[in-house]
Design a protein around this ligand. Structure first.
Ligand SMILES: [Zn+2]
Length: 247
């Protein structure tokens, strides 16, 4: 009887120990997920290979873009020609929710001219990959022509989120230069494709816009366009904030 009780006791202890190990593992996995997603792990400690803009099917691309967030050296190593022409911008430490860290100026990305004054390294990397691996091949496939320039409606703007009431004033990702509003594309054959004019149609331009916008979700946390609300009827908003939303 004594022996049986001891055996039951040690089996119960074993079960509790097993549960503890599983709980620790789950907590570790959640912490790792959070740390990697927010780009909090210094790149030199990261188990992932540094982002390579030229890789079309890079795995865990969201986490690898996030590693650029705070690392200026890594940013300079990753944002290289011919996938992007970018130069670092002087730091403007964030005060009252506005400013930027680790930002760049862009003159071209993904083989198209794109002039952006100040944008976060993360958004710059996302734009270059999206243009090179999604937009250009699709333009070639649908129109038989490549995109030569991309038009946008701005990056940095010290303001709150528009069009939505929060119980506290929420800063837009634009207030940290962590967003880009893409509005139109010009192709090598002279064709112009704009979100405002072509999104609602049924032609090849609409198909092109809808497909490239859907594919942007891979590179950005928030990728919203005309379907999201009326404020976005003329542009795609792409950002690398903490929230996730694609529509
Ligand atoms: Zn925007």
């Amino acid at each position: 009887m004594d022996g049986e009780q001891k055996l039951e006791g040690s089996t119960a202890k074993g079960r509790t120990g097993g549960r503890r190990v599983r709980l620790l593992f789950v907590l570790f996995a959640i912490s790792l997920f959070f740390v990697m997603r927010q780009g909090l792990l210094p790149a030199r400690w990261s188990p992932l290979p540094a982002l390579d803009l030229s890789q079309p099917n890079a795995w865990l691309v969201d986490w690898r873009i996030a590693e650029l967030k705070r690392d200026r050296d890594l940013c300079s190593r990753v944002l290289r020609a011919p996938l992007i022409a970018a130069t670092p911008v002087r730091e403007n430490p964030i005060k009252d929710g506005c400013g930027w860290e680790n930002a760049v100026r862009i003159s071209s990305a993904g083989g198209a001219s794109l002039s952006v004054g100040t944008v976060s390294c993360e958004v710059a990397a996302g734009i270059a990959m999206w243009l090179a691996h999604e937009v250009q091949p699709l333009a070639q496939e649908i129109f038989g022509s490549r995109v030569t320039s991309v038009q946008h409606m701005g990056t940095y703007s010290c303001r709150n989120v528009l069009g939505r009431k929060w119980w506290f004033p929420a800063r837009s990702q634009h207030a940290m230069a962590n967003a880009l509003d893409v509005s139109a594309f010009t192709l090598a054959n002279g064709r112009q494709i704009s979100v405002l004019r072509h999104w609602s149609g049924t032609g090849s331009e609409a198909r092109f816009l809808r497909e490239i916008h859907a594919r942007a979700c891979r590179y950005f946390r928030v990728a919203i366009g005309p379907e999201y609300n009326a404020l976005h009827r003329d542009h795609f908003h792409y950002d690398r904030g903490a929230l996730s939303r694609c529509k």
